[in-house]
Every structure is written in C-alpha cells, then in structure tokens.
Design a protein around this ligand. Structure first.
Ligand code: ADE
Ligand code: ZN
Length: 343
C-alpha cells in the first residue's frame, strides 16, 4: 500500500516540536568532535564504533548508553554547539516552534554548573531566531534521582526562570511515580512555569502515573502517555481538558513493535490532542519529519489525520493564542498550496 503522504510532505509540513531531549540530539559526529576538543576518551574512535554501542531494547538499557555519552559536554560552548546543531536540523524539518527538554542533573551530577548548561543552551535559542525558528527550553527533573536533588535543582534554576518556560520529568520511571515530585511541580507552577511530565509507554504503573499527572498534579501535557487508552474515563478527562500527548513513533518502535500507532489513532478519534515528536533523534533513527512519515506509512494515516497531528502540536504548545493562530494559518496555507505531484 502506498502511504497517503510523501516523505517530503512530512518533512515540510509546518509543525511544533514539543518532545525532544537536547542530550538525545547528540549525533556521533558531534560526540567525537567534542571528545577530541575536551580530550576525553569515550572508548570509540569513529562513527561506526559509536553507532555499534547503540544497543538497547527498553528504557533502562537506553539510558545506560545515553547518560555516559554526555561526558563530552563540558563547556558553555559545547552546550551551544549541541543546541545549534539540533536547531539547524529542526529548521530543515520546518519546525516553526520548539520546546526543548534539558536534564541539568545529568550534568551537575558530574561537576558541570547549572549556569554553564543553561547559558550555552539559551544562547543558541536566541541565535536561532536568525534561522526563523522560535525555540524555548523546558527543564526536566530526573525521576530516578532523589526528591532532595530535585529540590536543589529547582532552587538553583529559579534565578534563571526567564530562560526556560516550564518543567518536565524524565528518566527511569520504574518505581518513580510523578507524586514523588509533587512539591517541585507545585513550586514551579507557583513561579509561573508550565508543567509536563513523561509517562513512558508500558511502564509498571502507567495508568496510575497518568492519573496522578492529570488529576492531582495538573500537568498541561503528558510525554508519551498513550497507555491512557486503557482507561476511558481518563481519556474523557484528557479530551475535555485539552491535555497534549506527545507521542514519538521511532523511539517507541525500539520498545514496542507497533510504535503505539493504534493508540495514536484512537486518541485522535476521541478528540484528544495527541501529536508527533522525535524524543532522542540521534539515538532512535530520525528527526521529526521521519517520525511523522514512519507512523503515517505504517498505519496508512490519511493526510487529514497527519495535518491534525501537526495542528495539535501548535495548539498544545506554550505560545500565545495569537501566535498559535499565525502558525495554524501557515499550516493550512501549506496544505492548500502543496504540489502533490512533486511528491
Ligand atoms: N530521557 C531521554 N529520553 C527519554 C525517554 N524516552 N524517556 C524517559 N527519559 C528520557
Ligand atoms: Zn522523552
């Protein structure tokens, strides 16, 4: 069966990227370049060797490869280069607005200051305006670190709160429920920050975690979170409250054969604002355009479904109503004028 959209359509569709970990955009080329610049022996000498080390089939085995690689990120310039490299790729995928996750504890825990991390990343978001992309940052807590570490991280981050727009929650979910960080979410919200959190797919307590996020903590989005289809009451709640669900087909396909495509289709049919994103594109085989194409191709999504996914990405982004309207008009005009004969 021929897919209803082409790879080019998927790439050029105007979209918002709401689920990308900046550390997950560290391409083998940049990893090797930074290792050399910082005189760090990462144990691999070329791209093939780096790629060979990418062996994982669940969240924990992925994270065991992912965190050690961050050792090459040492200076403000390194964080700037990482973010700039990503933003250039995002522009090629016609990402108009991006909200980028970063994990300060993955760096402060190895002696890199919070200031180094945020200043490098933030400077790239400012310079990226010249590329005609609007970029913002979301600070994530590592859920497998202690509450006390999260408390200290938020305390350290708040003086920089004009440099990021929200907080998130990521890393190993096993036995690390959202409620562990209730105080940090509450304090972040009281400081005017937006809230999102991962509910990774097929976790031990997926539904309970999603329930805590929606009904107790009050997040605006859930990252992944497609297990919600197992609880129709929660699906109703999410639809009524316009909660965003940021699904990442290519990363899902490493841990689940069906990339959660059926769940995405079900959520779309129930009016839930689900959208498509790239998670850790340097590790899972593709940036956002590839993620749109992968799910559209495997599940034969209609062009209308694909366009709704892109529209949902703008609608659940943390920008003003006026700015959302501008991007959605741009999306509609793209769809109207796209030359389908050009593929
Ligand atoms: N950190 C980076 N990628 C992640 C993912 N998919 N889930 C949880 N934490 C992450
Ligand atoms: Zn993620």
């Amino acid at each position: 069966m021929v897919a209803s959209i082409s790879k080019k359509f998927a790439q050029m569709l105007p979209k918002a990227e709401l689920h990308v970990h900046i550390e997950g955009t560290l391409e083998p080329e940049l990893k090797l370049k930074l290792a050399k610049r910082n005189h760090i022996d990462i144990g691999q000498k070329n791209i093939e060797e780096v790629k060979k080390s990418y062996q994982y089939n669940d969240l924990a085995s992925f994270l065991a490869v992912y965190y050690p690689a961050m050792e090459v990120l040492q200076t403000e310039e390194d964080f700037y280069d990482l973010a700039m490299d990503y933003l250039k790729r995002a522009v090629k995928n016609n990402v108009r607005h991006v909200e980028i996750f970063f994990d300060p504890q993955a760096h402060t825990s190895r002696g890199i200051s919070f200031e180094t991390v945020i200043n490098g990343l933030y400077k790239a978001t400012v310079d990226a305006r010249a590329l005609n992309i609007d970029a913002q940052l979301i600070m994530c807590f590592l859920r497998d670190f202690s509450r006390e570490s999260a408390r200290k991280t938020l305390e350290e981050a708040l003086p920089y709160k004009d440099k990021f727009i929200g907080v998130g929650l990521d890393s190993d979910e096993h036995n690390n429920p959202p409620m562990k960080f209730f105080n940090q979410f509450t304090e972040a919200a009281a400081n005017g920050l937006h809230l999102t959190a991962h509910a990774d797919i097929d976790q031990k307590d997926s539904i309970e975690h999603i329930r805590e996020l929606l009904e107790v903590i009050g997040v605006e989005r859930v990252d992944h979170g497609t297990n919600i289809v197992e609880d129709p009451d929660l699906v109703d709640y999410a639809a009524h409250h316009n909660i965003g669900f940021t699904s990442c087909p290519l990363s899902n396909s490493f841990v689940s054969p069906e990339m959660k495509g059926k769940e995405v289709i079900e959520l779309l049919s129930k009016g839930v604002k689900v959208s498509i994103h790239s998670d850790d594109p340097a590790y899972f085989g593709g940036y956002i355009g590839n993620n749109y194409y992968a799910i559209a191709d495997k599940f034969n999504l209609s062009e209308e479904q694909v366009v709704t996914l892109a529209k949902n990405s703008f609608e659940t982004s943390w920008i003003s109503k006026e700015q959302k309207d501008i991007y959605i008009k741009e999306l509609e005009s793209f769809v109207q004028n796209y030359d389908r004969n050009s593929k």
